[in-house]
Write a protein that binds this ligand. Sequence first.
Ligand SMILES: [Zn+2]
Length: 507
Amino acid sequence: MFLSFSVWFKRYSLLVWVIFICLLTLYVKSKLNSNDENSVEGFFWVFSDAHVDIHYRNDGDPVTHCRNVSLTNKTRIIRKFGHFDCDAPRELLTSAFATAKNIDSKVDFVIWLGDSTSHRSSGGDTLIPVFENLSQQLRKFFPKTLILPVLGNHDIVLTANRSTRFRDFYNQTQMNLLLTDTDARRTFLKGGYYSIRFQTLRNNKQVMLRFVVLNTGMFQPYILDFFNTKDAIEQIEWFNRTMSEAFELHDRVLLLSHLPFGINEDLLYKFYNLRYEEQLLTIIKRYSSIIIMCLSGHRHYDILRVYSSGNITMGILNHAAISPVGYLTQPSIRKYSYDKQRLILTDYEQYSLNVLEAERTQNDHWSLTYRFSSWYYQRKEITSESLFHLVQLIRRESFYLKRFLLNKHHSGKRLIKNHDIIHSLCALTLFNFDQFILCSRILKNRNYSYDNLIGNHSIDINAHENEQWREYRMVYLRVLLGVFIFVLNVLIICYRISVKCASRGKE
Ligand SMILES: [Zn+2]
């Protein structure tokens, strides 16, 4: 009996071993999967401002915004992924989505923050095909993911029939690929705005995440004439009703708006018509306790600001663009992490493409630019309150200010002057022009000098990498010094022991 078992074991031990390993792998895999489903950490992508130009030519001359080939320049440089003087090629948009999909395709939802088409052709004949391509590409790369498209000011066909403008837009641009929710579709067809509720965990009692998507182009002072006055008023009334309903149902709201609130601190104007902004902010003030964050685009800058009034706050995170036009940003995309249970943002990672390197290598190699928590030394929680605290740090300490300015201007061509920095600091929380001007005067009178805070900001270097490398070098030096002192101590102790032993030996 024993003999036959040992023979059997010898013969089949390899098979038993293989089965054991397979079962173990299956067990571990099932455990990991169940962890995934129960995990409270979720992720989502945010893309903004692609400004795709259908007239872009890979061999186009930047002097002609990459639309025509230069007759004098015989060496035609190929720029597949864009140039700082031009709106973006389609290939750049595809590259951004493909990169996002490669990094993480299993996100919970994808947010598109608006402005799909070129600054140079705003007519329906170019806008419609560009947005249609956007709908198809987004759906192609994220076939089953919830997609939340936001309209930008460059997505509105100003010449279209006012009463059917958004219905026509929806039908002609294949927005049915992106927006299928019946209620959302109904209000979108009316005015380009909508709201969607989303369950983040498989738990019916859980608080719902609600996206409230505004069509902010309608509130811009310079295009008011293209809308009926009642359109903007109806949207504000809808916003009020929606926020009130969200409050009653205990939802948590992610507010999505293409235009950020407040002042353009560089060109000194307000993004919104004053009256409309006041009405919107009054509603925001009333329901700020349920707003997770406001995410916006339009400026192409990677910046943040906080609306605060009394003891209420609302953080606004403004996203860098996919389009590199105007040296405002390298093409960038952002992946957020959030807590599905508490419904708060926890962190984000920003990825960017170095346009000059892409031109040299003809390759689109996107890399991690920075992670919010480690860049700003914050714990993993991005709330309106924590942003407000960060704003105070940016105003007080040069370390944080430098990092804020590097984010904002890292591909900027011009030198950042003292008054630019003062304006940036005041605009962080001040949305009213009188307060903003007063703040600028106070800081100027105090003779704060911020010049030379950014010394060598060249578009060819990776400013973020440089900045963090300097920090890592300090850490390495400290560790090295620590190890040196430790070894020195050990050597001294060893020497003393050996001296003692030697003297005892003599005794
Ligand atoms: Zn815009």
